[in-house]
Design a protein around this ligand. Structure first.
Ligand SMILES: C[S@@+](CC[C@H](N)C(=O)[O-])C[C@H]1O[C@@H](n2cnc3c(N)ncnc32)[C@H](O)[C@@H]1O
Length: 264
């Protein structure tokens, strides 16, 4: 297995327990679907669909939705969510860096905090634009590096082994200048907006205990707890101090970037 395959296998394992967080990604899903201008009858691809929050929202508007994700456990929950909502969605297990779809197949390609985790941004965006028809809309939500979630990813990375060469930090996708250069001449009419995810928490430690169970931090904590408990304690102290800056009135406001563009 090469280094990138191993990286993706780790990602898949790291996201496997993410389903409970659909409670907080559901409202932002509606923001993204509205921002993307999804209409009834549109063919929509939800990239890195996770539990299907964006896809189900689009399907409830009458769009014909396809969802793709790396993590089978989340696709299982996505299928359940589609069934509960009584919408038909075509879900696929797969990798955004190698989409199993034809050129120009979709009217809209969306991703909520999803494609940003592909290791090679140039490969992921080339694939997303390949399957989008000319005149179609690409839209995504991403975590900026200077905001809380971006800072948490940077902190986690500073305690984790270095990724394979060529892997870009996910929060780079939250920088409008980088987004512009990655989209390049293949799109026109780039628009940005900002929105906020509200996360209820009782304390910084309460937020961390959730993050340690449901996200990619789970693997980091498992590793440090076995290999270097003192380092784990240092990580937890830094984490709590960082999150503590953002807890007000028993909630955290997690600001994010939305990007929309038209394929030329
Ligand atoms: C933060 S979750 C977001 C899930 C969902 N879009 C939401 O808003 O709730 C990140 C998702 O990216 C998926 N993912 C990570 N790398 C991927 C890749 N290379 N191809 C497809 N999906 C990927 C994970 O499996 C996970 O479902």
């Amino acid at each position: 297995m090469d280094a990138l395959d191993k990286f993706k296998r780790n990602q898949r394992e790291g996201w496997a327990h993410f389903a409970p967080l659909e409670l907080v990604t559901t409202a932002p899903a509606a923001q993204l679907v509205r921002f993307a201008g999804v209409k009834s009858g549109d063919g929509v691809l939800d990239v890195a669909c996770g539990t299907g929050v964006v896809g189900v929202t689009a399907a409830r508007l009458g769009a014909r939705v396809t969802g793709l994700d790396l993590t089978p456990e989340l696709l299982e929950r996505a299928r359940e969510n589609a069934g509960i909502a009584k919408v038909a969605i075509d879900f696929h297990e797969g990798d955004v860096e190698k989409l199993p779809f034809d050129d120009n197949e979709f009217d809209v390609v969306v991703s909520q905090y999803g494609h940003m985790f592909a290791p090679r941004p140039d490969v992921a965006i080339a694939e997303m634009l390949r399957v989008l028809r000319p005149g179609g809309t690409i839209a995504f939500s991403t975590w900026p590096p200077e905001m809380l979630v971006g800072r948490i990813f940077a902190l986690g990375a500073s305690y984790a082994p270095a990724p394979p060469p060529g892997v870009s930090p996910p929060p780079q996708w939250g920088d409008p200048n980088i987004v512009r250069s990655r989209l390049g001449e293949r799109v026109k009419d780039i628009r940005f907006d900002r929105a906020t995810m509200i996360v209820p928490v009782l304390s910084p430690q309460h937020q961390r205990s959730t993050a340690e169970r449901v996200g990619p931090m789970r693997k980091l904590v498992e590793k440090l707890s076995a290999a270097d408990p003192a380092k784990l304690e240092a990580f937890r102290r830094e984490y709590d101090a960082l999150v503590g800056e953002y807890v007000h009135d028993n909630m955290i406001q997690q600001h994010y970037l939305m990007t929309r563009a038209t394929k030329v």
